[in-house]
Design a protein around this ligand. Structure first.
Ligand SMILES: Cc1cc2nc3c(=O)[nH]c(=O)nc-3n(C[C@H](O)[C@H](O)[C@H](O)COP(=O)(O)OP(=O)(O)OC[C@H]3O[C@@H](n4cnc5c(N)ncnc54)[C@H](O)[C@@H]3O)c2cc1C
Length: 434
């Protein structure tokens, strides 16, 4: 391609398209290169999006027919053993009224297409079916554009934004980010199961258009450091499971078999009964947290979203971090272009913007959490077993006094996990999130 651009963006996910919208709004000549046949074709997500960050880019996204599946009114957390479990939920009518669209589910295949169309309408050029295979550099080593797999595939640009997600080898290939270590990445598998909308509403106890998210912890993946999700879409349920890649290698378990076992869990099976599987996908998920974040900018380039390892696993926030970082990258580029300085120094504002924002503050706060889960496998096997046996004992009415039941429970706990170990676990868990 002979034409030169102000900005070349690699990837039409939430990070890349958010940047493209902001840049196009400012009249910056922008091209977005996407390897998928269309934006969203390659994208996997459990599907929760957050109105706050989207509204900062497209304030009237609802009126512009953003493809919302369901507005989330309740968030549940489950802690499961292999055949039982605890459930804690928070429902609030404010999320159906004043704070509607605080969180909502989307199908990424539909959302990414819609979002890319908004960027196009603002004036960005979005080119799907184009793989970026390398970066172009000046003699000094500054990035001066990208090389695509197409014939005549050079695209020259003053600034390049890498928004190519966790899966792309590009950042590693170009040396901007090392290949993520197995313990910094989770392998996630997801299945979408079709069910009539009324059946979903009845099973989850919600009104038409409303939905529920469920995050699942405990013994759901053969004792590996793992998390599951169950999200309601309009007429389907997204069900997924992610576990640490290093654990997959050590435990020699197969993701597909784990997902099948998860679907058969007594708390899960009734929710998806008689559903029809629509799609099954596997994807990486960044888990490395604050310490895995690479250098975020340099001479002529910046990195945003998953490619920059920006993912808050505890709060299941990735799409919003991608959007917010894409927006900050774009704002930095606009300032740098106006000063005619796209060097590392000229783009340094990006690092400051991120550091001052909730993104890096949150990731810093939870920087020890990934390691805590990874090194305490008892949270995914022993503890859920003990916890649910305690629940079972207390709920069973069998003529045994409650005092005696308490003794049985504490005896079981002492046998299964020494008190000191439990206290240490609680203390370290607290320190990892405080
Ligand atoms: C199973 C699962 C469930 C998740 N659930 C949630 C959730 O509920 N809520 C949430 O907020 N986050 C969730 N996430 C995380 C969320 O999906 C990511 O944080 C988010 O997609 C990051 O956006 P991004 O734009 O940085 O990257 P991506 O969405 O990965 O987009 C990158 C884009 O770049 C393209 N690309 C890559 N390489 C190249 C190349 N060389 N040339 C051209 N194009 C390229 C890709 O095709 C893709 O379209 C989930 C992730 C997974 C895997």
């Amino acid at each position: 391609m002979k034409e030169a651009f102000d900005v070349a963006i690699v990837g039409a996910g939430p990070a890349g398209i958010s940047a493209a919208c902001v840049l196009a709004d400012a009249g910056i000549k922008t091209i977005v290169l996407e390897r998928g046949e269309y934006p969203g074709a390659k994208n996997v997500s459990g599907g929760v999006l957050y109105g706050h960050d989207l509204a900062r880019i497209i304030p009237d996204y609802v009126e512009r027919n953003c493809p919302i599946e369901r507005n989330i009114v309740e968030s549940r957390i489950w802690y499961l053993s292999r055949d039982a479990g605890y459930s804690l939920g928070y429902r609030d009518s404010i999320f159906a009224t004043d704070r509607k669209h605080n969180a909502f589910t989307v199908s990424r295949a539909k959302f990414d297409r819609w979002y890319a169309e908004q960027a196009r309408q603002k004036g960005a050029l979005v080119v799907p079916g184009t793989v970026v295979v390398d970066l172009l550099r000046s003699e000094r080593g500054d990035v001066t554009g990208v090389l695509t797999g197409r014939e005549d595939g050079e695209v020259r640009a003053k600034v390049t934004l890498l928004a190519d997600g966790i899966n792309s080898p590009l950042a590693a290939l170009t040396g901007f980010r090392s290949e993520p270590k197995p313990e910094e990445v989770a392998l996630a598998v997801k299945e979408v199961i079709e069910l009539p909308a009324e059946v979903i509403e009845q099973r989850f106890g919600v009104s038409s258009g409303d939905g529920v998210t469920t995050e699942v912890l405990g013994a759901i993946a053969g004792g590996m450091d793992s998390v599951g999700i169950i999200y309601t879409n309009r007429s389907s349920i997204s069900l997924g499971l992610g576990a640490n890649l290093a654990d997959f290698a050590d435990y020699k378990l197969k993701p597909y078999e784990l997902l099948e076992a998860f679907k058969e869990h007594p708390m899960v099976a009734p929710l998806i009964a008689d559903g029809r599987p629509l799609e099954y996908v596997a994807h990486w998920l960044t888990e490395g947290g604050y310490d895995a974040i690479p250098e975020l900018y340099g001479d002529g380039y910046l990195i945003a979203g998953d490619s920059a390892m920006l993912f808050n696993g505890l709060h299941r926030e990735g799409n919003n971090l991608a959007m917010a970082s894409g927006k900050m990258a774009a704002e930095t580029i606009i300032e740098a272009l106006s000063r005619n300085d796209v060097s590392r120094t000229g783009l340094a504002g990006y690092g400051k913007k991120l550091a001052d924002s909730y993104i890096l503050k949150d990731l810093k706060k939870y920087r020890k959490l990934g390691g805590f889960f990874y090194h305490h496998k008892e949270l995914f096997d022993q503890l859920p077993r003990l916890a649910t046996s305690a629940g079972r004992e207390m709920i069973t009415v069998n003529g045994v006094s409650k005092k005696e039941k308490q003794k049985i429970i504490s005896r079981n706990f002492r046998r299964g996990m020494p008190v000191l170990k439990l206290l240490r676990l609680l203390w370290q868990g607290w320190r990892a999130v405080k």
